[in-house]
Design a protein. Structure first.
Length: 251
C-alpha cells in the first residue's frame, strides 16, 4: 500500500485489522473486570518505577539499628536520606550522614544467623524500590564534626574546631563531648564524624588504627538524613545546628 492510499483511508479503516493478538487485546479491554486489573497493574507499575528512580537518584529510607545517635535518633526510627548530598550539595558541619562502612567499622554479620527465606526475599525485593530498608544494618549514621582541612581536637572539655570551642546542644543531657582525647586534621575528601551519644558511639575517635585512620571518605557517604518519618510520634525535621558552628573559620 502506498503512502497516498494509506492517507485516504479513514481512521475507522486504519483501526481495522485481522491480527489475532490485536483483536484479542481489544476484546480483553472491553471486559470491565479485566480493564480494572489492567488499570491497577499500570498504576502500581508506574508507582514502583517512580519509587525506583527516586531511590536511585534522590532519596531513600533507613532505620536506626543502634543507640549511637541518642537522643536525636531512637533505635528503630525510620529516616529519609537526601542522596543529593554530597554529590550535588556539599556536606556541612552538623549534618547527620548515612555512610557505608569505610572498612572495619562494623562487625561482620554471623553467617549462621537464622532467616526466613520468604521474608528475606520479600524484604530484598521491596528494598529495591525503597519500601523497606533491608541493608540499614550495613550502614552507619553519625554527625559530621570536621570537614576536609579542619583541625579537630578535644582534651577532655569541649570539642575544638580550628581553634574555636563549640557547645553542642544535641548531646544527651549530662553527656561529655568526649572522654577520649584526640587531635586530628581532616584530610582532603574526608570527614570526621561522631555519634551524639558520645559515651556509646564507635565513631571516628575509635578507628584511628584502621587504614582510614577514623576518617570517612566522601565516596562512602550515601546522603544526609533530614527527617524522621516513623514512628509518627517521633516525626521531626533533622537540622544541622548552624549556630553551633557559625564562628568556626573554614580552612
Amino acid at each position: 500500500m502506498t503512502d497516498s492510499e494509506r492517507k485516504k483511508r479513514s481512521p475507522k479503516q486504519l483501526r481495522q485489522t485481522n491480527n489475532k493478538v490485536v483483536l484479542y487485546w481489544r476484546k480483553l479491554k472491553k471486559n470491565a473486570f479485566v480493564a480494572f486489573f489492567l488499570d491497577i497493574f499500570v498504576i502500581v507499575g508506574s508507582a514502583l518505577l517512580l519509587s525506583l528512580i527516586i531511590k536511585m537518584f534522590l532519596i531513600r529510607s533507613f532505620f536506626i539499628p543502634s543507640g549511637s545517635m541518642l537522643e536525636t535518633l531512637q533505635i528503630n526510627d525510620r529516616i529519609v536520606v537526601n542522596e543529593l548530598v554530597p554529590t550535588l550539595i556539599p556536606v556541612q558541619r552538623g549534618d547527620i550522614v548515612v555512610f557505608k562502612d569505610p572498612g572495619g567499622w562494623l562487625t561482620p554479620v554471623a553467617l549462621t544467623k537464622k532467616t526466613n527465606f520468604w521474608t528475606d526475599t520479600a524484604d530484598e525485593v521491596l528494598g529495591v524500590f525503597g519500601i523497606t530498608a533491608p541493608d540499614s544494618a550495613q550502614h552507619l549514621i553519625k554527625r559530621v564534626i570536621g570537614l576536609p582541612g579542619d583541625h579537630v581536637s578535644c582534651d577532655g572539655g569541649k570539642i575544638t574546631i580550628n581553634g574555636v570551642p563549640v557547645t553542642e546542644p544535641y548531646l544527651p543531657k549530662g553527656t561529655e563531648p568526649s572522654f577520649k582525647k584526640f587531635d586530628v586534621t581532616v584530610p582532603a575528601g574526608s570527614y570526621w564524624v561522631m555519634g551524639d551519644n558520645r559515651s556509646d558511639s564507635e565513631d571516628s575517635r575509635y578507628h584511628g588504627d584502621l587504614p582510614s585512620k577514623g576518617f570517612v571518605a566522601q565516596r562512602f557517604i550515601v546522603g544526609q538524613a533530614f527527617v524522621i518519618t516513623w514512628p509518627q510520634k517521633h516525626w521531626t525535621w533533622l537540622g544541622n545546628y548552624p549556630d553551633v558552628f557559625k564562628d568556626v573559620p573554614n580552612k
